[in-house]
Write a protein that binds this ligand. Structure first.
Ligand code: ATP
Ligand code: MG
Length: 383
């Protein structure tokens, strides 16, 4: 039997653990009609916590209701790609200028005074208008059939702030016009925070925010029981061991499941997972988590934040923030800047006054193993 676990970014897992409330909220918002608060939502959380998967799962819920769903990633040029997608369903042309009937108009969220006839818009205004028009055309079509349009935008990042502004203004109009539309955004907490801090995007600040975290251990156990039950016998001890190793962290659920399954196959146990198979699988899963998640999560961080983590990794349990600063040879105020950034990013968490602990499972082990390399990278960056 083929391995049911899929430790691949963005893949909908064999059993989706937890997240029931978010799904219920979103389904309610779809049924509730235009203007329902859950139709505008930001999903944030650490790497591998399941943001992309949730966009897909919620997208499927909308599709089940007959909605049109468009998925995009917020890298540079996404508004153009979004319009292309809208057009490929609807057919539309770019807006370069509009014939204006009045002397003062509000267009794309900007008031423009003009003398006569025709006005040319600057880039952002044009982008907003083009988006509005593309959306409106598509919505005219789907609404006629009593359906709606959902747009999901993954990997929200501050580098595409300008395009987010255009989209935000276009969205504001669509919502004000009671169009049957919904928008879901996903991104790392810090990136989403940076985008929402922008003054032009005030409208989006009212969107709901769902901060995805670890899922419940009981739910993880149930899902392992269900999935292994389809092809391999696993005792309760084995299931508990596997569950504990995940720390409720979604990517680790897939990795632990996948490697336990695979190691048992390799050890000739086609119909069962022994405790030794499970332990071997957990070991493999930890290594892979380092390559696939920790290395990625650390890549985008400034050198001093990595030094902060390295300083923390010397402790076996929680770390005293004063000790961390001392190990970094920095003032507590300086270290605090990096502590806040790491808390924002869901990498560490406060553990009572003056203490912090790791939030991403097994990060301490990874840092200890790779300390020399990470330190070197930090030094190179500081040159
Ligand atoms: N609720 C869940 N239950 C079980 N497995 C999950 C769940 N959510 C996500 N996963 C699994 O975790 C892995 C990572 O999910 P996903 O790629 O959606 O994370 P992400 O938050 O988008 O990460 P990144 O920040 O790197 O984009 C995938 O293998 C996915 O199948
Ligand atoms: Mg993702």
């Amino acid at each position: 039997m083929s391995n049911p676990f899929k430790p691949t970014a963005g893949r909908i897992p064999p059993v989706l653990v937890g997240r029931k409330n978010i799904i219920a909220d979103f389904e309610y918002a779809l049924e509730d009609g235009p203007g329902a608060p859950g139709r505008l939502m930001f999903l944030t959380g650490a790497r591998g916590v399941g943001k992309t998967v949730m966009l897909d799962v919620l997208g499927d819920k909308a599709k089940n209701l007959g909605w049109t769903v468009i998925n995009e990633t917020a890298e540079s040029g996404f508004t153009d790609r979004l319009m292309e997608q809208l057009r490929s369903i609807g057919k539309d042309t770019d807006v370069v200028s509009y014939d204006m009937p009045k002397t003062s108009v509000e267009a794309g969220g900007y008031k423009a005074s003009l003398d006569l006839g025709k006005i040319n818009f600057d880039n952002r205004q044009r982008q907003t208008l083009s988006l509005r028009r593309a959306f409106t055309k598509q919505l005219d079509m789907v609404e006629k059939q009593g359906k709606g349009l959902l747009v999901t935008l993954d990997e929200v990042q501050s580098s595409s702030l300008d395009e987010m502004r255009s989209l935000s203004v276009a969205m504001q109009h669509l919502i004000r016009e009671h169009r049957n539309v919904a928008f879901l955004f996903a991104g790392l907490p810090n990136a989403v925070g940076e985008v929402l801090d922008d003054k032009v995007i005030t409208f989006l600040q009212r969107a709901e925010r769902e901060h995805l975290g670890a899922v419940d251990n009981g739910d993880v156990l149930k899902s392992f029981d269900e999935i292994f039950g389809t092809g391999k016998h696993a005792s309760m001890d084995v299931l508990i061991e596997l569950t504990k190793a995940t720390h409720g962290y979604p990517f680790m659920i897939q990795l632990v499941g996948y490697w336990a399954w695979r190691c048992s196959d390799q050890n000739g146990h086609s119909d069962r997972v022994s405790i030794d198979d499970a332990e071997e699988g957990i070991g493999m899963a930890k290594t892979k988590l380092g390559d696939m998640v920790h290395a990625q999560a650390l890549k985008g961080l400034p050198a001093q934040t990595i030094n902060y983590l390295l300083a923390m990794s010397l402790d076996d349990d929680v770390s005293r923030t004063g000790d961390v600063a001392r190990r970094m040879e920095r003032s507590p105020q300086f270290a605090n800047i990096y502590r806040m950034r790491l808390v924002d990013e869901d990498i560490i968490e406060p553990a009572g006054r003056g203490f912090v602990r790791f939030k991403l499972p097994y990060l301490r082990d990874y840092l200890r193993e790779h300390a020399a390399f990470l330190q070197m990278r930090g030094n190179v960056e500081e040159l």
